[in-house]
Write a protein that binds this ligand. Structure first.
Ligand code: GLU
Length: 327
C-alpha cells in the first residue's frame, strides 16, 4: 500500500515536471559578434541581456559568440549557424551584391537587415619609433591587415590600393585577429595595424596604453577622396583623439568609415526578429548609456546603412511603433 502511494506521488511529480518543462520551452538564438576587445562583442551582450529580460514573454534565450568578425558573421547567418550577426554596412552591401569575399560565391539573397548601430572608423595605429606619419610610410613595414573573416581586412586593402600601395609587395602584411594586434605592436613584432572599429574601443586603448608610444595615421589623399566618392558604402569619418589621451595625436584624425549593423536571414522567424528589434528600440535611452560609442544613436540613424531588405520581423516593429519615417 505504502509502496503504491510512493509510486503515485513519484508519477505525479514527474508529470508536473514534464508540464513545467513544456510551458517554459525556450528557443535559443545566438548573435555572432567579433573579438572580445572590440565593440561588437559587448554590443551583442547588451542586446542579449535586453531580450533575455523578457524570457517569460518571448521564450527566447539569447547568447553571444565571439567570432572572426563581419564576413564570418554574414556567412554564418546565411548558413543557419547563427540567427543574428553584427556586420559592417559595407560588408552587408558586398554580400548582397556578390562583391569582395562573395565575388566567387555570388550574392547572398537570404541576407536581411535588422537595424544599424554605431559608426566605425577605419583606424590605422602605428608605433612612433617606426617613423610612420602617412599611409605611404607603410612601405616596407610589418602591418596587420586583419584576419580573413574580419570586416577590416577589405577596408585595409582598399585604403592601401587607393593610396597606390600594393599590399602583397610593398608591405609585410600580417593576417591576425584584431584582438592580438595591440600586443604584437607593443612587443615590436608589427609596426602598425588596421582595425575598423567604433570609438572608444578597448582594443585601441590597449594599443595606446603600453610603453611603445603610438599614433593614429590619417587615411587621406586624392586616392581616398576618389574611393569614398566611388563606393556608396564608404563615408568620411574622424577619430576623436580625446578618447585616447596616451596616443601622440594632438587633434582629431581624418579617415573613412562605415556603420555596424545587425543582420539576419530570411529563414529566421519574424517573431524572433520582432522581439530583438522591439527590445532594443523600446529601451533605446537605456541602451545608449551602455557604451560611449552609442552616444549619437537615434531611431533615424539606426535605420541608415542598411542595404539588404529589412527582415519582416523588424518591419513589423517599425510599422507598429510608427518609426518607418523616423527623423
Ligand atoms: N568591424 C570589425 C569586423 O567587422 C569588428 C569590430 C568590433 O568587434 O567592434 O570584423
Amino acid at each position: 500500500m505504502v509502496v503504491k502511494r510512493v509510486w503515485v506521488v513519484a508519477m505525479g511529480a514527474l508529470i508536473l515536471l514534464a508540464v513545467f518543462a513544456c510551458s517554459t520551452k525556450q528557443t535559443y538564438v545566438t548573435i555572432g559578434t567579433g573579438g572580445v576587445t572590440g565593440i561588437y562583442y559587448p554590443t551583442g551582450g547588451h542586446i542579449a541581456k535586453l531580450v533575455n529580460k523578457k524570457r517569460a514573454v518571448y521564450g527566447l534565450r539569447c547568447t553571444v559568440e565571439s567570432t572572426g568578425g563581419s564576413v564570418f558573421n554574414i556567412n554564418a547567418v546565411a548558413s543557419g549557424y547563427l540567427e543574428f550577426g553584427i556586420a559592417q554596412s559595407d560588408r552587408q552591401y558586398q554580400a548582397l551584391y556578390g562583391l569582395a569575399e562573395w565575388a566567387d560565391t555570388g550574392p547572398i539573397a537570404s541576407l536581411r537587415a535588422v537595424f544599424s548601430i554605431h559608426p566605425e572608423a577605419v583606424t590605422l595605429v602605428a608605433a612612433d619609433d617606426a617613423g610612420i606619419m602617412t599611409i605611404d610610410d607603410l612601405r616596407g613595414k610589418r602591418v596587420n591587415l586583419g584576419n580573413p573573416g574580419s570586416g577590416q581586412r577589405q577596408n585595409a586593402l582598399d585604403a592601401l590600393t587607393a593610396s597606390g600601395l600594393n599590399w602583397e609587395s610593398d608591405i609585410h602584411a600580417e593576417a591576425v585577429k584584431a584582438d592580438a594586434a595591440p600586443t604584437l605592436l607593443q612587443d615590436g613584432r608589427i609596426d602598425a595595424f588596421f582595425y575598423t572599429v567604433g570609438h572608444p574601443s578597448g582594443n585601441i586603448l590597449e594599443a595606446t596604453a603600453g610603453r611603445r608610444r603610438v599614433r593614429f595615421i590619417p587615411i587621406v589623399g586624392a586616392g581616398i577622396d576618389s574611393l569614398v566618392i566611388a563606393k556608396p558604402y564608404y563615408a568620411r569619418a574622424t577619430i576623436s583623439s580625446r578618447h585616447y589621451p596616451r596616443a601622440l595625436n594632438a587633434s582629431d584624425v581624418p579617415t573613412f568609415g562605415v556603420k555596424a549593423t545587425v543582420v539576419t536571414s530570411v529563414d529566421v522567424p519574424a517573431d524572433i526578429v520582432y522581439a530583438v528589434t522591439k527590445e532594443v528600440f523600446d529601451n533605446l535611452p537605456a541602451f545608449k548609456k551602455l557604451h560611449p560609442a552609442y552616444e549619437h544613436l537615434t531611431v533615424a540613424t539606426m535605420r541608415e546603412g542598411l542595404s539588404a531588405p529589412l527582415h519582416e520581423g523588424a518591419l513589423r516593429y517599425f510599422r507598429e511603433a510608427d518609426l518607418m519615417e523616423a527623423r
